[in-house]
Design a protein around this ligand. Sequence first.
Ligand SMILES: *[C@@H]1O[C@H](CO)[C@@H](O)[C@H](O)[C@H]1NC(C)=O
Ligand SMILES: *[C@@H]1O[C@H](CO)[C@@H](O)[C@H](O)[C@H]1NC(C)=O
Ligand SMILES: *[C@@H]1O[C@H](CO)[C@@H](O)[C@H](O)[C@H]1NC(C)=O
Ligand SMILES: *[C@@H]1O[C@H](CO)[C@@H](O)[C@H](O)[C@H]1NC(C)=O
Ligand SMILES: *[C@@H]1O[C@H](CO)[C@@H](O)[C@H](O)[C@H]1NC(C)=O
Ligand SMILES: *[C@@H]1O[C@H](CO)[C@@H](O)[C@H](O)[C@H]1NC(C)=O
Ligand SMILES: *[C@@H]1O[C@H](CO)[C@@H](O)[C@H](O)[C@H]1NC(C)=O
Length: 324
Amino acid sequence: MPLRHLSSEVLCLKTLTCGTNPAWKTMLFLLLLTMLAIQTLAVMEVQVPEQPVVALHGSDAILNCSFSHANPFNLSDMSIFWQLTDTKRNVHGYWEGHDQLADQAESFANRTSLFPTQLALGNASLLLSRVVVADEGSYTCFVRVQEYGSAALLLQVAAPYSKPVVTLEPESNLRPGDEVALTCMAYGGYPEASVIWQDGGGRNLTDNITTSVVANEEGLFTMTSMLTVVLEPNSTYSCRLINPLLGEEGYASVTISGQNIGFPPVALWVTVGLAVCLLVLLIALAAVCRRKIKESCEEARREAEEGKELEEEESKTAMTPLKS
Ligand SMILES: *[C@@H]1O[C@H](CO)[C@@H](O)[C@H](O)[C@H]1NC(C)=O
Ligand SMILES: *[C@@H]1O[C@H](CO)[C@@H](O)[C@H](O)[C@H]1NC(C)=O
Ligand SMILES: *[C@@H]1O[C@H](CO)[C@@H](O)[C@H](O)[C@H]1NC(C)=O
Ligand SMILES: *[C@@H]1O[C@H](CO)[C@@H](O)[C@H](O)[C@H]1NC(C)=O
Ligand SMILES: *[C@@H]1O[C@H](CO)[C@@H](O)[C@H](O)[C@H]1NC(C)=O
Ligand SMILES: *[C@@H]1O[C@H](CO)[C@@H](O)[C@H](O)[C@H]1NC(C)=O
Ligand SMILES: *[C@@H]1O[C@H](CO)[C@@H](O)[C@H](O)[C@H]1NC(C)=O
């Protein structure tokens, strides 16, 4: 497709140059000359990693950029410019012997630095601190020391997901043949992970899976994957999370044993349990009451007896003075 596009363009150029208007010829010649001139100017070889640089969210990343220069040079003759390749936004500048950050994009404020002691050694690497998801993209490193060169690298951001959690809906009162929804959830990761559901035998379950991804304000994802199954007793369902940049990250599973499958349903057990509790409580209460009643009866009797004795004694003491 692109090839055909190109050839049609060449064809177009050909017809134009072979046409009657000689101005096109001159223009094409001039264009070729300018391209050659740029190429001769850009003799400095600038090297950046060919593979994408993977940085963990929140950590610091070094965007390597090195250049070769035969003769020792004066730092004040050197210019370094880091730019976002696509938006041309200014990431970090250095010329006339010091950092030039007046035009720096605000999202990079206080987060970039070069390695000053390394500059003279041909190391124009950029230290990017506290990497965030929004930093992902292509960065171009421009270097000029008399000669000029540039190269672009790709920065990828990764964040590990939380350990996945599998939940069951409904959670109880399950019968074989019921349809249940298993949900696997993990959060705070990047980029989007693949979620793989497997049964107890390690076979991939591919049916009735819906996975959704929601980003928070930091760009980190919460992944929720739902699997609908028809319940069989004694079955295991596991959920694996695979981050394309960090590899396999997490694993969680549920086993639906005979215990989850309730006959009679849990509600009945609860009712029976409560009834038994109430009965025991009532019996205990009755026993306590009986004892209490007995005790109070005895006490009343004792009090009555004591009252009689007291009366007798009192009558005795009352009588004493009369004796003497
Ligand atoms: C940066 O360069 C240094 C030295 O060449 C190398 O050890 C390091 O692995 C590079 N880092 C990256 C992310 O390419
Ligand atoms: C540039 O210097 C920094 C700091 O010493 C180092 O970490 C990095 O690997 C260097 N990069 C290259 C390409 O040498
Ligand atoms: C570097 O250049 C500055 C300004 O052009 C000059 O003042 C300084 O002496 C030079 N240093 C060296 C080591 O050549
Ligand atoms: C950068 O640091 C300066 C000085 O510490 C501070 O005044 C400024 O608010 C910071 N900017 C950002 C965007 O954090
Ligand atoms: C299940 O899927 C994963 C990832 O796609 C794959 O690596 C694995 O081989 C599959 N297993 C089976 C039994 O198909
Ligand atoms: C998928 O779900 C539908 C209804 O939700 C159900 O009828 C079907 O049996 C399910 N398929 C599998 C393989 O579980
Ligand atoms: C459940 O499966 C395990 C292992 O597959 C087996 O040992 C066990 O006897 C099974 N239990 C029931 C109730 O089927």
